[in-house]
Every structure is written in C-alpha cells, then in structure tokens.
Design a protein around this ligand. Sequence first.
Ligand SMILES: Cc1ncc(COP(=O)(O)O)c(C=O)c1O
Length: 392
Amino acid sequence: MEFKINFSGTGHRYTKEEIDTVVEAMQNADPLTQGKYRDAFEKKFCEYNENEYSFSLCNATAALELAAQMCLFKDGDEIVTPSHTFTSSVYPFVKKGAKVVWADIDFDTRVVTLETIKKCITSKTKAIVVVHLYGFIIPDIQKIADFAKESNILLIEDVAQAMGTSIEGKKAGTFGDFGIFSFHSHKNITTLGEGGMLTVKEKKYADIIPMLRHNGHCGFDYEREHYWQPAMGELDLPNLNGENLLPNNYCLGEVECALGGKLLDRIDEMNAQKRERAVKFIDALKEFDDLVFHKVADDRHNYHLLVAYVKNGKRDEIMKKLVYEKKIKCVVQYYPLNRYPLYQKLGFGEANCPNADEFFDNMISFPFQHWMSDEDFLYMLEATQEVMIELK
Ligand SMILES: Cc1ncc(COP(=O)(O)O)c(C=O)c1O
C-alpha cells in the first residue's frame, strides 16, 4: 500500500556539514575503528550528557548486554522492568541469568513510577531497568535512584529514546549506575543506522569496559624491550568484584564516531523542534476528548514518538480512517513483552500490568520524523481533525 505519510524508519536527515564529517573520517581514519574519533566522541558525550564515563558501542542492545553482564546475576536473582518497552530493554538480562518481574506504567505518563516498581521488589531483586519511553524522562527517576541506592539494587536507565531530556537540569542517564543510549536509524540522532553509548558512574566498571567490549585486549603490565615480544598485545579476562567475565566485540567504527560527535552539536535543536511541533499538534486536537496525548512543553520530553491513548474503544476506527482513507501510516507500540511467545516460552508470560495492557490496546503512534515537511505535518494534522469530526 502506498502511503502519503509513511512511518519512516529514518528519524534524521543529514546536513552537508554532517556528510562532510563522514567523508573526512572515511579518508583520514587510521585505523577505521577504535582511534581518535572514538576518543573525541566519548569525551564530547561526557561533556554533553554530564556523565563521568562514556563508551561508544555498536548499538544500545550491546550496551544493555554489557550492563547485564556487570550485574553479576546469581541463581534466582530478579530484575524489575516495565512490560511496556522495546524488547532489548529486557532480554539481555535474561541471557545473563536474571528472572523478570514486570512493573506497570503510570497511565498518564506511560512510564514506571517508584510505586509501581516497589510493588515488584523482593529479597531477590538485583537490578531495576527503567525506560524513559517515548522520549519522556521518568518523573520519579531521582526517587527511584535514591530507593535503589538505599536498597543496594543496581539501576539501569534505558535512555535509548530520550537522549537530551532532563529534570531540573539533570540529564537522563545520569541517575542510575548505567545509562544506555541508542543511535539507531529511527532515533533523533543516528550514526549511520546503528550505534550506542554506555555510561557508567563508577570507576570499577569504567576500568573493565574497554576489555569487555573488545575481545579482552589489554596492554602488558610490564615494560617490554620489543613491541612484538612476547606478543603484539595481551589478552586477559576482565575482573569485576573478584569474578572473571568473558569478553565481546561490540566496538563502534571511527566513521560513525566522527558523525556521532558532530551530531551532538544539533541534538538539542532537533529535540526542541520536535517538541514544538508535538505541542502544536496536541493543542490543535485538544477539543477531541477521545484522543489523550501527553503534553510536556519543556526539556523533560523530546517527543521521539508522538502517541495518544484513544478513549471509548475507538482506536481501530480512527486507525482505519487514517491509514486507508488518509494514507497516513500510524502504528501501535509497544506490545507488552509478557504477551510475546519469546517471553512466555522463557517463563515470563505472567504480568500484573493493567495500565500497560489498557494503554497498548488503545494507543496510536503518529509518524513523526524530525525532517517531516511543514506541508506533510499540516496534512497529518488536518486529516486527523477531519477523522475526529467524522467519528464524533
Ligand atoms: C527503549 C529502547 N531500548 C533499547 C533499544 C535498542 O537500541 P538499538 O537498536 O540501538 O540496539 C531501543 C531501540 O529501538 C529502544 O527503543
């Protein structure tokens, strides 16, 4: 089916300067991975996001895998995490041995709260994975971080969708032990389709991540007479709290890192432009009570996605008109993970998350790329108004 407005998988269009940055790195990077562009990107990211340590990775899922590995799960350990999220917020932790307890979302903000998390805490809880979903920083994030610290529980913040958001000037990804960022094709900034960042607070994690992400490579801890003796480089097992960990290869290439650094110059501007448009869309539809948006007109939201809850069971009627008559490709997101065979087969099919279920079953997500033209944006707005008038 041909759409007038597609739900594009590309969130971002590059400027000439950004393209020039890529070409420059293609011509000059030596080697093409793990060189000066990586170091510059990580340094700039730390400055931008006010993190102590940042490590570029091939995607956010790799960052979640490393965070999960550093949780050092033992038999029976549990994580608490929302069911209403993207799958890779969760399965990396299952791979490393954690059991999943699903936390519900708050109905109005569509993210977890301290209260919904507390309901899931047991003596076995080792980690909490929170997700700043749709680009909205969790209002309770400071309280959740304080609670996790008091309770000796690790906190992982999945900031894949919410880069650049903050509460009272404190950025998403600076509250927890681990911060996870994505530069996937669909995100507000993308390093050529794939890319991620892992931020950590503590030196003990920062010390082992270079080895964990790159095959256990490390330097020799003694002076050598010749650089090729006894070998070109050393391999060892990264050690955390007395435990040896097996390494991975999750590096991000130099060209992507060069671009990532450049895109940091524009992320705030792009977030602000998306937010301004989202607020315009929401305000223009406010007379239609059946569509319930989450309006936030400041830095707490970057509107990575523009979603609404549809009241009175009208979701599918509205979707059908928008999709088949107006040719606007709206979608529905995020199927509660406990309802997928993948999690059911792993034994995590049970959840007590009525808000997540109710929201998913009645939600609609509008196509909302940063590069959408004013003409297309206006078309989508007027078409939605027309549909809502018809269905009043
Ligand atoms: C909330 C969330 N977490 C994690 C990820 C995984 O990101 P990546 O594709 O960079 O691995 C995504 C990507 O869509 C996401 O939306």
